[in-house]
Each structure stands twice: as structure tokens, then as C-alpha cells.
Write a protein that binds this ligand. Structure first.
Ligand code: ZN
Length: 396
């Protein structure tokens, strides 16, 4: 076990205090003390350090019964800014946030899934980061404390290396160095599973549950795990690669090199294949255009189109089975379904999934879990990466 040094503990406390303030929450020192399970004096010390560092500020006071008014604190919505980047197989989204994590700018570029040369991808990311900063009046790179980039694969955070991105065939790409060859901004890497789970812990409902699972449905699929109140990373930061657990023995080939993986059945490409299987001549289907086809399919489900409804129901089968496996393995209280494919379909996907998850879960863990769509309005990947950038580059 890793030793818990007093410095580590102080930093962990500061991280937890800041996380409790996001989302424009105002708290008293007593609130902070009860959330952390420490004395009001200890909470007061941490709050004073964070106020001195310019991260918290006093706001209005509330009268306590008979006692002195308790002053409330909130995050300072000011510079420095943080940029969170959601780099996926089909797009790059860069978003800029003030330090209270209010989004103040957005910049997006579409990328062809075949445009995956590492140098070229790093160039797109730097262009987007520069674009989102340039879009904000009176703000320049000097006002940005750091950039968090989410990559669709497994990431060595300390080395700044993308160890493996199955959909791009990347192995050991030194992405941080490629970024820094073009940009002077501090940068950190992680993957979308960690980013969305952190966003759900800080801004979504997962923060109210000690055991939660956050599912990401996109071109690739995976999940993030909150276990006993903490984001589970695993030994090599690859916990949650549920997309590459095997659903069908000797099944469909997967980009990772294996066969029968969950992702081969429930990734966005599989959804296009299902649609083509239900109706090869469907006008909804544009081969190669995942985002457009999924958007048209979701609209068609909403108007009750039988081909679209049948496609969604067939998609819900393997997805519900794989989620049942996750429920049996992790016994969460909350299962949040997110990612761009889930956002496109919304409630009809959850309705199609619920009976299948029930069918393939044991009764005891199924009865303990609530299925929910992600309610984070903004992009949770860029939001989670901006929170990580704040905690890495700003928090003392
Ligand atoms: Zn795989």
C-alpha cells in the first residue's frame, strides 16, 4: 500500500474542499467540516489557505440561531482559466472555463476517423486550444493555467504517453511532447472514462453515491467506477476498459485485436451495422458518417419510425447484457449512462435498456441500482479534464 504522508493528506483535503464548492455552491466552514469529517478548526485552516491562494472568497453571511453570523464562501469566478479538451475519433472539442468551472468558451473541429496520424492529431488539438482562447475577449495564453486533454485510449499520465488507442492503432505515442512542440501551455493527459466520471462526481449525481458506475457510449465504449467514494484508476490507469471485456466467445473482431468485445457490439459503428441489417436501404444510414447517422436514427426513434425503433431495440440487447455484467461485478447504487450516443437517444435508450439489464443482472445487485441518463448539460469530458487541470496546475 502507498504510504499516506501528511502532505498527501493535506492535498487530498484541499482537493475535496474545492470539489465541494464547484457548481456555484456557497458553504460555511461548518458545512466544509461536516463534508470532510474534520473539526471546524481544521476546516477553517484549509479554507484560510484556499482564500489566501485566491481560490475562495467570502460572500453573504447567514444568521445562525442565537450565535454569530456564519460567513459563507464560494469559489472566485476569475482567472486563471483552464482548457479542457475532448479528443475523440470524429471530433476535437476545446472548452475554456474560469477557475469556478463556469464554461466561457467552446471551439470544435470535425476530424475524419482516418485522419489519425499522431502529429496531425496533435496539430488539431493545439489549433482548437488556440481557437478557444482567441475567442475570449481580453484573454491570452498567459491567462491560462493549463490544458487537460482526454485521449480515446489508455494513458500513462506521468509520462504523458498514449499507451494504446485501439481505434487509431496508436501504441506508445508521446502525445504530451507532440503537443508541447507546438504550444507552450502546461498540459496533462487522461482518458474520457476518468474525465466523465470525475465530472459526474463533482457536478452530477454520482457525487451523492459512494458506489457508482458512469458509462460512456461513443465510437469507443467504456465505463468509470466510483468505488467507496473514490475514482478507481487501477494499477496502470486502465480500470474501466469494460468495452474490451468479452461478451461473445470468438465473436466479432474488435479494433483492440481481440474478438467478441463489448465495443464490437455496442460502439457507434455497430449501431450503423445493425441499422444496415434491419434495412440495408434505410435513408437514415450514411456509411462512414457515425455522428450524422446516429442523430438521424435518434430523431426517427422519436417519431416512431419502425426501422429505427427495431434498430434501437436490437442495440439494447448486447448493451443491456454487458451492463448487467457490470452491475453483477461492481454492485453500484447508481449507473449513469452518458456519452454522445446516449445523449443523442436520451430517454428511449434508457427505456429499451432497463428490462435487458434486469434480465442479465442478479436480483440483489439489480434491486440496489438506479439507472439514470447523465444530466450534465455541458460536455462532461472537457469539464472533467478542466477540473483535473485545475487540481494539477492551480491548486496549491
Ligand atoms: Zn476489444
Amino acid at each position: 500500500m502507498r504510504p499516506r504522508l501528511s502532505g498527501d493528506l493535506r492535498r487530498a483535503n484541499r482537493v475535496e474542499v474545492m470539489r465541494s464548492f464547484y457548481g456555484r455552491r456557497t458553504l460555511t466552514r461548518a458545512d466544509v467540516a461536516s463534508q470532510l469529517g474534520v473539526s471546524v478548526a481544521t476546516a477553517g485552516t484549509i479554507v484560510s489557505e484556499l482564500t489566501a491562494a485566491g481560490l475562495l472568497e467570502e460572500t453573504q453571511s447567514t444568521k445562525s440561531a442565537g450565535g454569530r453570523p456564519a460567513s459563507r464562501l464560494r469559489m472566485r469566478a476569475s482567472a486563471p482559466y483552464l482548457v479542457g479538451v475532448d479528443l475523440a475519433e470524429t471530433y476535437v472539442i476545446a472548452e475554456i472555463f474560469d477557475q469556478a468551472m463556469t464554461r466561457v468558451g467552446h471551439f470544435q473541429t470535425e476530424v475524419a476517423p482516418t485522419d489519425n496520424d499522431p502529429e496531425s492529431v496533435a496539430g488539431h488539438v493545439v489549433d482548437c486550444v488556440e481557437g478557444v482562447i482567441a475567442g475570449l475577449d481580453g484573454v491570452g495564453p498567459g491567462d491560462v493555467a493549463g490544458v487537460g486533454v482526454s485521449l480515446p485510449g489508455q494513458v500513462d499520465r506521468d509520462g504523458g504517453i498514449c499507451l494504446h488507442a485501439p481505434n487509431w492503432g496508436w501504441h506508445g505515442v508521446p502525445f504530451k511532447a507532440l503537443f508541447q512542440r507546438r504550444s507552450g501551455l502546461p498540459v496533462l493527459l487522461d482518458n474520457p472514462l476518468k474525465a466523465i466520471t470525475l465530472a459526474e462526481m463533482v457536478f452530477g449525481e454520482a457525487g451523492d453515491h459512494d458506489d457508482a458506475v458512469v458509462v460512456n457510449l461513443g465510437t469507443g465504449v467504456g465505463l468509470g467506477v466510483v468505488a467507496e467514494g473514490r475514482l478507481l484508476r487501477g494499477r496502470t490507469n486502465s480500470a474501466g476498459e469494460w468495452g474490451h471485456t468479452v461478451l461473445v466467445a470468438d465473436g466479432l473482431p474488435c479494433h483492440c485485436g481481440s474478438r467478441g468485445c463489448v465495443e464490437a457490439y455496442v460502439g457507434a459503428a455497430a449501431l450503423l451495422d445493425l441499422l444496415s441489417d434491419v434495412d440495408p436501404d434505410s435513408p437514415l444510414l450514411v456509411p462512414g458518417d457515425q455522428a450524422g447517422t446516429v442523430a438521424r436514427l435518434a430523431e426517427a426513434v422519436d417519431r416512431g419510425d419502425p426501422v429505427a425503433v427495431a434498430t434501437l431495440e436490437r442495440f439494447a440487447r448486447p448493451l443491456g447484457m454487458a451492463l448487467g455484467n457490470a452491475v453483477n461485478m461492481l454492485n453500484p447504487e447508481l449507473l449513469v449512462i452518458g456519452g454522445w450516443v446516449s445523449r443523442a437517444f436520451g430517454e428511449p435508450l434508457l427505456s429499451a435498456l432497463a428490462p435487458v439489464v434486469k434480465e442479465f443482472s442478479l436480483a440483489v445487485p439489480f434491486d440496489a441500482v438506479t439507472l439514470a441518463a447523465s444530466h450534465i448539460a455541458d460536455n462532461p469530458v472537457s469539464l472533467g479534464m478542466a477540473v483535473l487541470a485545475f487540481e494539477t496546475f492551480v491548486l496549491p
